[in-house]
Design a protein around this ligand. Structure first.
Ligand SMILES: Nc1ncnc2c1ncn2[C@@H]1O[C@H](COP(=O)(O)OP(=O)(O)O)[C@@H](O)[C@H]1O
Ligand SMILES: [Mg+2]
Length: 353
């Protein structure tokens, strides 16, 4: 699937900007803070209806404006738009998001999935060494793009979790627990968690079965199961904590490399060099591209956001080798990072500061 044009209005630092992608590769050149990452993020937004990182919807709207609009047109002429608007009343500010496909309003679960993308940015290195929330986001960012059931499950699960945590908070304060109130949310939590866990498990299996040419590793899925029995087991602790202590929102995955004989494994977070951590992420990106293509039968768009200053020449070559397989959008501070053969066949777009 190809994205042919992108139009941003009051999105982050963009007041109004239009981009056309005629060729398979586009190179976006701009100095720091010119909006390269915001640009990359806008494409993820059109694919999923949400950001790839934790952020407030209000932050998407250009400072001192009230309405942001992102639109994109795909190869088959499908037009996707997201409108984010700030509505202020006397008491508070609410942010509303609207999703449109060819001008028709959709819920997010139905808006997402018209095309898919994989972003590779320097912050991705934190996935290995950072907190578990980053690794859960890696799973969600991928699975939400390719699987409507997964999207639906995460949306319902997140809502049920919020409601249930609010109930627990009240129990903590009042000391009274009304079982009837919990039943509904517990069921929602358990049923949707089962979908999320199963699909995460399938992706982990895909990673482990993948033949890894750049760097070999194995992923362990540390899943937090939520069932009636587990909720009962954690009942007291939950009231103390005021939050739900089990479920996929507490999942983690870890990446381990092998010793020479492939007999023992070592956590890359603790034992991998910085270089090995980079190779792990690079390999993961190739796996993500391949997983998406397998599930939706189409190649996703590859977006490389300003990664060249982070990588040595060997790694840069590996990354540039990935470009020719699908639509690719590359942002960089300096054109010189990019091979002249690639530049010659690419749309080059300069961002001004
Ligand atoms: N809501 C917003 N309104 C206006 N400017 C914003 C908003 N959000 C971020 N920015 C600005 O966007 C710029 C950063 O853009 P970014 O895409 O990270 O640049 P780059 O990746 O090219 O270094 C910063 O100057 C930041 O202040
Ligand atoms: Mg950036």
């Amino acid at each position: 699937m190809f994205l042919r044009s992108l139009s941003l209005q009051n999105f982050r630092n963009y007041e109004k900007a239009d981009f056309n992608f005629a060729k398979d590769t586009a190179i976006i050149v701009g100095p720091n803070t010119s909006g390269k990452t915001n640009f990359a993020e806008s494409i993820f937004y059109l694919a999923t209806g949400r950001g790839s990182k934790a952020e407030k919807d209000a932050d998407l709207i250009r400072f001192s404006q009230n309405l942001a609009r992102l639109s994109g047109v795909l190869e088959d002429k499908t037009e996707l738009s997201v409108v984010v608007c700030r509505e202020e009343s006397d008491t508070r500010e609410t942010i509303r998001k609207k999703y449109l496909v060819n001008g028709v309003f959709k819920r997010r679960v139905d808006f997402a999935g018209n095309f898919a993308c994989v972003i590779f940015s320097p912050e991705d290195l934190d996935i290995i060494i950072g907190g578990p929330n980053l690794r859960r986001r890696l799973l969600d960012n991928l699975l939400e793009q390719v699987d409507r059931d997964y999207r639906n499950a995460t949306i319902v699960y997140t809502k049920a979790l919020r409601q249930r945590n609010a109930l627990l908070d009240r129990v903590r304060e009042s000391g009274v627990r009304n079982e009837k109130l919990f039943e509904y949310w517990d069921d929602l939590l358990i049923n949707n968690a089962a979908v999320i866990t199963k699909k995460r498990e399938e992706f982990v299996q895909f990673i482990n079965d993948f033949s890894k040419e750049i760097f070999d590793f194995i992923v362990f899925y540390d899943k937090s199961i939520v069932s009636s029995a587990r909720l009962l087991q954690y009942r007291q602790a939950e009231v103390g904590a005021g939050v739900t202590l089990v479920g996929p929102h507490r999942d983690d995955v870890s990446f381990s490399m092998f010793n020479n004989t492939r007999q023992t494994t070592h956590d890359i977070k603790s034992f991998g060099s910085r270089g090995q951590q980079r190779l792990t992420i690079l390999q993961m990106k190739i796996i993500e591209l391949s997983f998406i293509e397998k599930i939706i039968g189409q190649k996703p768009i590859l977006i490389l956001d300003d990664i060249f200053s982070e990588l040595d020449s060997g790694h840069i070559k590996l990354v540039l080798d990935m470009l020719s397989n699908q639509q690719s959008i590359v942002t960089t501070t300096h054109k010189e990072f990019i091979d002249s053969k690639i530049l010659k066949n690419a749309d080059v777009i300069e961002l001004s500061k």
